[in-house]
Design a protein around this ligand. Structure first.
Ligand code: SF4
Length: 357
């Protein structure tokens, strides 16, 4: 990966964890522990003060700050943390455009949706795996589906349009007719239009990363399953079977990722309660760990990042896709993928086999 030159970096602390254990979560299994407001101040101070050896100016004059890595606003002092993020960053908050909020809190705290509206939310994403049984199964939390329905009402009452995403697995297929009826019964299109926008509903396959790779791959649909879904609801990207995609990927001699900008417009570092640091690229597992902020320090973490010195970054930036395909491709597999998702799946398998440095 080329050296880091962008003036802006994002820092996200896992201060409170998540109330859910979603089966699609690309971040992987939860990292235990909590962090304090003083921890957040300390980390941001480290990042602001960081200079390359011999440099007089800080590497990152602009720092975006988040007090969450998993579901935002799960902490009971979420309002204070939001203000602290803004105070430490000084940049405009990413929250309203991010469209992510705590469904758990929306189901419990009637003052939360009005607060989201006050800070600029106009749209909020909500995830379903099917009707009640399948959605609670997907979140691995009883009551998740009921929270989603209550959250939808509270968001609309606060002037925020819900955006429903449905995960396309074999489990959702029998639920689809009733889910479409639910959308109609709730008059979501009409109520969103009354708020000046449209109701967005989309269905897509999970990214085969983190928990999605472990928990949902066996339920990934085939082309036959895809035909059972209404055409307008199908994935926007072209989906093909692994068997269909394999020949072109066996001929691709380039690595999956080529530039640091392939990791997103802003690079984020995710800090766990044990001070381990990960890039915002894939699951928070040993194969992606950049180092420990307390024991290794930021200099070592930056070196590890820039030298791709983790199996996860090696798999993304150095191993040709053709090699990943030869090692992990399954020529008989009839499950469907977007092209990049198949590359992710193979890169994760390649990295996992190598553990960590
Ligand atoms: S997908 Fe979001 S809500 Fe679900 S476990 Fe992961 S961070 Fe939590």
């Amino acid at each position: 990966m080329p050296i880091l030159t962008a003036p802006r970096i994002g820092i996200a602390l896992n201060m409170r964890g998540c109330p859910n254990r979603c089966r699609h979560c690309y971040l992987g299994p939860a990292h235990p522990g909590r962090m304090t407001a003083d921890d957040l101040r300390w980390v941001v101070a480290q990042v602001r003060a960081y200079r390359r050896p011999g440099a007089t100016e800080p590497l990152w004059p602009e720092v975006q700050v988040a007090s969450w890595v998993y579901e935002p606003d799960y902490a009971s002092n979420y309002r204070h943390l939001y203000e602290l993020e803004n105070e430490l960053s000084g940049l405009p908050s990413i929250r309203p455009t991010h469209e992510l909020a705590s469904i758990w809190r929306l189901g419990r705290d009637e003052n939360y949706a009005p607060w989201l509206s006050d800070i600029g939310f106009r749209v909020c994403q909500m995830t379903f795996f099917g009707l009640e049984e399948n959605t609670d199964w997907g979140y691995r939390r009883r009551g998740a589906f009921k929270d989603l329905l209550l959250a939808t009402e509270r968001l609309l009452a606060a002037g925020i349009r819900p955006r429903w995403q449905w995960f396309f697995t074999k489990r959702i297929l029998p639920d689809l007719p009733q889910m479409l009826k639910l959308v109609e019964d709730l008059r979501l299109q009409e109520r969103c239009e009354a708020l000046g926008g449209t109701f967005k509903l989309f269905m897509h396959c999970h990214c085969p990363d983190g928990e999605g790779r472990r928990q949902l791959e066996a339920l990934r649909p085939t082309l036959d399953d895809l035909q059972q879904a209404p055409e307008w609801l199908r994935h926007k990207d072209e989906l093909q079977t692994e068997a269909q995609l394999l020949p072109q990927l066996l001929a691709d001699e380039q690595p999956f990722k080529k530039s640091v900008t392939d990791l997103g417009s802003v690079l984020w570092l995710m800090v766990m309660p044990n001070w381990e640091v990960y890039p915002n690229e894939g699951e928070l597992s040993a194969a992606f760990r950049l180092g420990n902020l307390k024991t290794d320090g930021l200099q070592k973490i930056v070196e590890t990042f820039e030298n791709d010195a983790t199996p996860g970054l090696q798999a993304l930036f150095h191993v040709p896709v053709s090699e990943l395909a030869r090692k992990h491709g399954q020529s008989e597999n009839q499950q469907i993928y977007a092209l990049d998702d198949l590359k992710y799946l193979w890169a994760r398998r390649w990295a996992e086999e190598r553990g960590n440095v």
